[in-house]
Every structure is written in structure tokens, then in C-alpha cells.
Write a protein that binds this ligand. Structure first.
Ligand code: PMP
Length: 397
């Protein structure tokens, strides 16, 4: 029998989410998460996945995963420090470090886990963290877990960051101070002002932490935002995920050897959660090998993104100021945004509506995620569907 208070809490809050239209409706896939997907028996052009380079369905990655399963089985069997570290994990970490131009790297079970692991392993209640107000939820949770004082600065506002860094330093109340930012912000596709952040960090002696979930495999010949700005060696923590451009699942921290040694000794998901499966690790190694030898898929990703952006812009849509392949189509009103997404779906295009509280009220949008594996024909079809739905809902003329 369920506790009455719990039942009341759940039914009231679930009801509230549903009446406000904030309850996530989940559409299970009946196919791979490729350039097209099958949902409820219908094939749709997929503009919603983070599979930037098409590697999630790449036959070479699949083959590596199959071979690893044949040799090692499906589960790692233990946490990293007991006997869940396979040679494969170390090979992946070595390759990630090379790929990111750092001394060392450590892999975790997800990008989300990385932020929980890394922030709390070095920051504590005597420290302060300067955090961009639009940072990802996993950064926010990682900061909270650390018990450090969290000081949010206005999104990419370097004057505000400088002022708050100076105040925090002058207060003299904190041991360590960290500045933490997404490399690429996932809702608008804008890139963090890393050169200025690194300057401010040098001036006020701040630890620098960049979560490059959306920059790795996309910017800086794949090495990410830090390399894109020529700042290799100047950022203490580089976080990446294996689940977006790399196409698999997992996350990693790349940095100095000493930092990685500390994370392997002290970060809790490394010590207390079963390690990445051999298949995930083997497929990730293959992805890093491919990206280290060719930037062709990255070039194709950018070309496809430019093509989609140009098509939507020509139709008169507001596509914001993205500096990366992330292509928002900003519609404003939440109800119109939801209806727009529903009509796209009815016409064969899967692109989710993103509304408050994920983005500010009145800035509802469809977030399009073009990938290297879309064909021009698919993109043309998607643009034509946008035109039809846009005119139907009188968003464009
Ligand atoms: N950080 C950022 C900036 C992200 O966008 C995401 C993915 N939504 C994550 C971390 C979490 O990564 P993962 O999906 O690998 O847990």
C-alpha cells in the first residue's frame, strides 16, 4: 500500500504538469536513431538527435562493438577500481587525451555523470563557482553536489563575469574559485567566449572548466571549442560526451595527468558505479580513430547545417544566431510551437518543440539538429514541409 502523502504529492504534481502542457510525451523509436526514424510505423526525417556525424549507425562502429561483445561479453561486471577496468578503457582514455590535446583523460558512464563526478571531486564548501546562467542541468547539479558557493553570471556576459570574479576574489572568503561554462550552448547554438573567460581566469586565478558536449566532434577539427580558439593547455577541465558526435554513450574529462589521477582516486562515479560496457568502449575507440584520420564527416555536418539554415532563413523563419550546426527555428508562443511540431510530424518531419522552462517564456522554438548523414533530398523535403506548416500557421507568408 502506498503512503497517502506520496500519492497525493504525485497526483497533484503530475496533474499540474499535464494541465500546463509540461508533461513529456515520449515517442518510442522502432528503428535506429539515424537520419530517418520509424515511430508508430511511420518513417520520419529525424531532426532531433545529437548524432551529429551519423556515427550512431556507422557499420565500422557496430562491427567494433560486436567484436568486443564476442571477446568480453556485454557487461563490465564491476566498478573501475575493483576489476571493471579493461585494457579497452585505458586505450580509449589514451586516445581521448590525444584527440583533445591534453596529457590524460578519464571516461565515465555518461556526460551527466562526468559533471557530477568532476566538480565535486575538487570543489567544496570553502570554494566558489562562477557559472554561466544557461549552463546545462548536469553542471548545475554537479555544482550543488560540491556544496561550493554558486555565483551565476549573465549568459556570456564577460563584464558581469569579470565583476563577479573580482568581488569573489576580493572577499577573501573562498579557497578555490572556478569558472564553468558550456562550450556550445545547446538551445541557441552559440559558442562560449572562451578567450575572454581564459583571460579573466588568469587575472583572478580561477580554475577553468568547459563542458564541450556539443563542441567535441563539431568544432576545432573535432577536438572541440578549446582547440577551436587555439587555447589547448589553457583550460583545466575539458568535459566531453561519447553520446553525441561520437555516437555511442558515456562521457570523459580531459586535462593534466595530475587532475586525472585525482579523479580516478576520488570521483564517486569512478569508484562506485559499474564502468562503461566493452561494446560502448570499443565503438567509441573506433569513432575516435575515424575522426583522428578524417574530418570528412565534420565537413559534411557543417555543409548540411548551412544548407538547412539557408533554406529556413530564405523562407522567412527566425533561426537565431547559432554559430554551430544547432539550428533553432524560433516561433515565440508556446502553443504555436507545440502545434508547429505536431504538424511537422504529421507531414513526415520529427523535430521537437522546446518551450519554457527549458528556454525563457515567449521564446518557444523547434530545435533542428542536422547531421552529416542527412542527404540533400531529406533536407529539401524538410524545408518544403517547414514552408507548408509555416504558411498554414501563418508564421511565414
Ligand atoms: N553537458 C551538456 C552541455 C549536455 O548538453 C549534455 C547532454 N544533454 C550533457 C552534459 C549530458 O551528456 P550525456 O547525455 O552523455 O549524459
Amino acid at each position: 500500500m502506498s503512503c497517502r502523502q506520496l500519492s497525493q504529492f504525485l497526483s497533484e504534481n503530475l496533474g499540474d504538469l499535464k494541465t500546463k502542457g509540461l508533461y513529456n510525451v515520449i515517442d518510442p523509436l522502432q528503428s535506429a536513431n539515424g537520419p530517418t526514424i520509424i515511430i508508430k510505423g511511420r518513417e520520419l526525417i529525424n531532426l532531433s538527435s545529437n548524432n551529429y556525424l551519423g556515427l550512431a549507425t556507422d557499420s565500422r562502429l557496430k562491427q567494433s562493438a560486436v567484436e568486443a561483445i564476442q571477446k568480453y561479453g556485454v557487461g563490465a561486471g564491476a566498478v573501475r577500481t575493483i576489476n571493471g577496468t579493461f585494457e579497452l578503457h585505458l586505450e580509449l582514455e589514451e586516445k581521448l587525451a590525444k584527440f583533445k590535446r591534453t596529457e590524460a583523460a578519464v571516461a565515465y558512464q555518461s556526460g551527466f555523470n562526468c559533471n557530477m563526478a568532476a566538480i565535486s571531486a575538487v570543489m567544496d564548501k570553502n570554494d566558489a563557482i562562477l557559472s554561466d546562467e544557461l549552463n546545462h542541468a548536469s553542471i548545475i547539479d554537479g555544482c550543488r553536489l560540491s556544496k561550493a558557493k554558486i555565483i551565476a553570471y549573465k549568459h556570456s556576459d564577460m563584464d558581469d563575469l569579470r565583476m563577479k570574479a573580482e568581488q569573489a576574489r576580493n572577499l577573501g572568503a573562498y579557497n578555490k574559485i572556478m569558472v564553468i561554462t558550456d562550450g556550445v550552448f545547446s538551445m541557441d547554438g552559440d559558442i562560449a567566449s572562451l578567450p575572454e573567460i581564459v583571460d579573466i581566469a588568469e587575472e583572478f586565478d580561477l580554475i577553468t572548466y568547459v563542458d564541450d558536449a556539443h563542441g567535441s566532434g563539431v568544432l576545432g577539427e573535432g577536438a572541440g571549442t578549446v582547440k577551436h580558439f587555439g587555447l589547448s593547455g589553457k583550460v583545466d577541465f575539458q568535459i566531453g560526451t561519447l553520446s553525441k558526435a561520437i555516437g555511442v554513450v558515456g562521457g570523459y574529462v580531459a586535462g593534466k595527468q595530475e587532475l586525472i589521477d585525482w579523479l580516478k582516486a576520488r570521483s564517486r562515479p569512478f569508484l562506485f558505479s559499474t564502468s562503461l560496457s566493452p561494446a560502448d568502449v570499443a565503438a567509441s575507440i573506433k569513432a575516435i580513430d575515424l575522426l583522428s584520420n578524417s574530418t570528412e564527416q565534420i565537413r559534411q555536418l557543417w555543409e548540411n547545417a548551412d544548407y538547412l539554415k539557408a533554406g529556413l532563413k530564405k523562407l522567412g523563419f527566425d533561426i537565431g544566431n547559432s554559430q554551430t550546426p544547432i539550428t533553432p527555428c524560433i516561433l515565440g508562443d508556446e502553443i504555436i510551437t507545440q502545434e508547429f511540431s505536431r504538424q511537422l510530424n504529421a507531414e513526415g518531419v520529427y523535430a521537437k518543440a522546446i518551450v519554457f522552462p527549458t528556454v525563457p517564456r515567449g521564446t518557444g522554438r523547434i530545435r533542428n539538429m542536422p547531421s552529416a548523414s542527412h542527404t540533400y533530398q531529406m533536407l529539401d523535403t524538410a524545408i518544403a514541409v517547414y514552408a507548408k506548416v509555416g504558411r498554414n500557421l501563418r508564421v511565414i507568408h
